[in-house]
Design a protein around this ligand. Structure first.
Ligand SMILES: [Zn+2]
Length: 166
């Protein structure tokens, strides 16, 4: 039920919409791309191992990969609070981060950004599928099918991406 096809490093670097080409060339892309569970991913998300406050995500929109640069402020008090990911609606205690994306183009250069609360480990796809456990009470009791939950996550991600590129 994957919505992504495996991507190469070059495809990912070329997909960034909210940073300069130079940044996209230099930023840290996972080396083990072939080993990612693509079949279970609605988006690929990762943190920069050298600077964990930098995060990235790639999703496919109308068949085209689009990638975002995100800033996630250092852990503070929110980390111990119980909060809900605005993409996959999983509730974690201390596992949701405010991720801030500079807007694409001129608006971003002028310092405008868009923020969203997202699973800190960027594993929404795995929480939705029950392949990763966020603890008791993490999932709402819903009558939606898995496919509908996946679709909702993708819709939320696409809406976030649209705000960044608007
Ligand atoms: Zn999530």
């Amino acid at each position: 039920m994957s919505l992504m096809k495996p991507l190469t490093e070059q495809e990912i670097r070329a997909a960034f919409v909210n940073c300069t080409k130079g940044e996209a060339k230099r930023l840290s892309v996972p080396r083990d791309l072939a080993d990612h569970p693509w079949d279970d991913l609605d988006y690929l998300g990762w943190r920069d191992p050298q600077s964990p406050e930098r995060a990235y995500l790639v999703l496919e929109l109308n068949g085209h990969p689009k990638a975002l640069v995100l800033r996630s402020p250092s852990p503070t008090s929110w980390q111990t609070r119980r909060s809900m990911c605005s993409m996959c609606l999983t509730t974690h205690t201390g596992g949701v981060s405010l991720m801030v994306a500079p807007k694409a183009g001129k608006a971003g250069q002028q310092g405008n950004s868009v923020g969203a609360y997202i699973c800190s480990d960027l594993s929404c796809s795995l929480y939705v599928r029950g392949k990763k456990d966020a603890g008791a009470g993490a999932r709402l009791h819903e009558s939606l099918t898995l496919e509908e939950k996946i679709q909702r996550t993708v819709t939320n991600l696409a809406a976030f991406l649209t705000k960044v590129t608007a």
